[in-house]
Structure formats: structure tokens, C-alpha cells
Design a protein. Structure first.
Length: 382
């Protein structure tokens, strides 16, 4: 590849939950490959400084569950104002050619920037999608009230989408929302999913276990659906397999269940759990994407998953994993039993899953796509 004259690009990341590793992986790859011609200047917007965090988290007891404390809108307005201040400071010290922001929550105050610099906005969900979910509306009354409680930010999101150079959704469902619900022209959209360095994801052959191993990974055991999986195991599976739970949450061990805490991604202990797993279970009911599904497919571990987030897209509607339309303990147990009792079919889905990751979620290829989009939009003068 012919080396490119470098351009300076700010990478602004929402450093929470699954967003922690999204932009940093592209930044690291751009630094490793200077021939792509992008000089990344990254910074994290969250966690907020203590004073801003106190303002953002103010609430009135009993009102948050209905959205009537306006926490969703207030947090995003404070975070995006903080992002704008940090970006202004960066621009005083560097000549920028473009800005990449993940997500629209931290970009709401950057619409004015888009009139001066190409602004790329990455997003794992639109606000229209989120207000139909438990992220923004945890109950029926909260859902009815969202037009009122989200009124301070919904117009800002639409203004941002109208002015930015390009929208980079993580998945096809988000792209479809942008087209159908926001009337964004398809040519202004390019899917840029979370991506993996696949050289670090190779399954090591191992001898068979005395009993199959079921794997669950989720920092927040409750939010990721751990309790219902544990119930499924206790009721239906404890005589057939072992359950390994990797989490940061406090979970009481029980016969057949091993709890692994304080295991970091990429560590030898983390690799060991993937290499020993016969099936990976993802029972989350509250998700916008599901990056861990990519890791399971990359390791060629058979997957049983809910349909939350982008799971249907990632698992190609069941072609590369078993999808659960029901998250009851009996349905989860049946999905696991089906996978363990039909090993040839499970291995074929896992093989197709690895092919899917290589095709659509490979870090090097997607970084090249991003670099090309940035250079085309920036067109710097000598």
C-alpha cells in the first residue's frame, strides 16, 4: 500500500459498557499502520469529572423509573457539552481534518462542528430504537411518557444526523432505523461494526471433557441474563453438563457451577475458558449489539443466544447460532441441549460463524474502510 500523507482525526469515545473498546481498537490499528495516513487523536468523554457526574446523576426518588427525573436527557446533554469543550481544547492545539464520535449521545452538541469539519457519528442504536426498549423506558408508563421525557434531546439527534458527514451504525438494524425513521439517504450511511483482530482468536484443540462445559460471560450478571440461565441449569441441566460463569458480579456457587471473577479479556484465564467451552450462552434481554457474540463466533464456539440487540443480524437469523425467541429457563435449557446433542450441526454453525466474522468483522479490513472514508471526506490542502 502506498503511504498516504497523514491527516489528523479526533476520535471521541463514550467510554461506558460495550463502547469501551469500540473506537480504541480502530485507533490502535491506525497507529500500527501509519501507511493508512490517519494520525488519530483520541480522548474519552466518560467517566465525567466528579462535579459534572453529580449534576448528571441528580434524581428525584421514585421518578427515575418513569423517566420523570429527565435523567436520560440530562446525562446526554451534560456529556455532549463536555465533549464539545474537550474538542474545542484539542482544536486549539491541533489542526484537525475530521472528527469521529461514538456515540450520538456524546455528539449532540457537535452539530456546529459539522459545518467546519467532516463529522462521523458511530452509533449502536438510534434514540427511536432505544425509546422502544427498556434502556429508555423500563416499564409501560415510562414508554408512554418518552415523547415528553426525551423532548430535550430528540430534536438535537435529528439535527446532528442531518448535518454530519456520515453515519456509521454498528449493525443493519440501526441502519434500517436511520433510513426508515430518520429519512437518512442510504449513501450517507456505512455500517462500521465492532471489529476484532482475528489473529488473537484461534481455538486450541483440547481433549474431550468428562462433562460438557457451558460458558457464560457478562460483567453485569443480572443485566446479561445470568439469573435465568442459572435457573435453567439448576432445573434442567445440572446432571448433564457444567456451567462456567465469568462475571464481575457476586454470584453464589452451587454444585456443577464454577464462578470466575476478575478475569480480564485477552488474559490466559479468559482464553482458557473459551478453549474449554462446548457452548456459549448469551441470554441477555437488554442489549444494543452484543460484542461477546463476535468473540464466540471468532473462537468457533457454538452459540445459544437471545434475540436482543443485533443478535439476529450477527447470527444471521439462526444460520450461525441458535436463537431463543423465549427466555424462559425451559427454553434456554432446550437450546443448550439441542446444541450439545447435535454436535455436527453445532460445529457447522460455528464454522459458518467464523466465516461471517472474517468477512464482516475483521479489524484490519474495517480500519482500511474507515481510513478511506476519512481521507475522502477531509481532502486536506497541502
Amino acid at each position: 500500500m502506498t503511504p498516504q500523507r497523514p491527516i489528523s482525526v479526533a476520535f471521541v469515545n463514550e467510554n461506558t459498557l460495550g463502547h469501551v473498546s469500540y473506537l480504541p481498537r480502530f485507533v490502535d490499528e491506525l497507529r500500527r499502520r501509519p501507511e493508512l495516513g490517519i494520525r488519530p487523536l483520541p480522548f474519552d468523554v466518560t467517566p465525567l469529572p466528579p462535579e459534572l457526574a453529580r449534576r448528571a446523576d441528580l434524581t428525584i426518588r421514585g421518578l427515575r423509573r418513569f423517566g420523570l427525573d429527565f435523567h436520560v436527557a440530562r446525562w446526554r446533554k451534560i456529556v455532549s457539552a463536555h465533549a464539545a469543550e474537550q474538542l474545542d481544547a484539542l482544536r486549539r492545539d491541533h489542526r484537525l481534518h475530521a472528527v469521529v464520535v461514538n456515540t450520538q449521545s456524546v455528539a449532540l452538541n457537535l452539530a456546529a462542528v459539522a459545518t467546519k469539519l467532516p463529522l462521523f457519528v458511530c452509533l449502536d442504536a438510534t434514540f427511536e430504537q432505544l425509546q422502544r426498549s427498556r434502556w429508555f423506558a423500563p416499564n409501560t408508563l415510562a414508554r408512554w411518557l418518552t415523547p415528553f421525557t426525551l423532548a430535550p434531546i430528540l430534536p438535537l439527534e435529528r439535527d446532528l444526523f442531518a448535518t454530519c458527514a456520515k453515519l456509521l451504525p454498528w449493525s443493519a438494524p440501526v441502519r434500517d432505523s436511520l433510513v426508515a425513521e430518520y429519512r437518512i439517504a442510504p449513501e450517507r450511511i456505512a455500517i462500521l461494526p465492532p471489529s476484532l483482530d482475528l489473529s488473537r482468536f484461534r481455538r486450541v484443540p483440547r481433549p474431550p471433557h468428562a462433562r460438557p462445559q457451558v460458558l457464560f460471560l457478562g460483567g453485569d450478571f443480572v443485566r446479561k441474563g445470568g439469573p435465568v440461565l442459572l435457573e435453567a441449569y439448576r432445573r434442567h441441566l445440572s446432571h448433564h453438563c457444567d456451567l462456567h460463569i465469568v462475571t464481575q458480579s457476586a454470584v453464589e456457587p452451587c454444585p456443577g457451577v464454577q464462578i470466575h471473577r476478575h478475569i480480564s479479556a485477552g488474559s490466559p484465564a479468559w482464553l482458557e475458558r473459551w478453549n474449554q467451552a462446548d457452548v456459549f450462552v448469551f441470554p441477555s434481554g437488554l442489549e444494543t449489539f452484543g460484542i461477546v457474540l463476535l468473540e464466540a463466533l471468532a473462537f468457533e464456539v457454538p452459540v445459544v443466544a437471545s434475540t436482543a440487540g443485533a443478535a439476529c443480524d450477527i447470527l444471521e437469523n439462526g444460520r450461525t447460532g441458535v436463537l431463543l425467541r423465549d427466555l424462559s429457563p425451559s427454553a434456554i435449557a432446550e437450546g443448550i441441549r439441542q446444541t450439545l446433542d447435535q454436535p455436527e450441526a453445532a460445529r457447522e454453525r460455528a464454522r459458518l460463524g467464523r466465516e461471517r466474522v472474517e468477512r464482516d468483522f475483521e479489524l484490519g479490513r474495517n480500519t482500511e474502510r474507515l481510513a478511506e472514508m476519512l481521507r475522502m471526506a477531509a481532502s486536506p490542502t497541502p
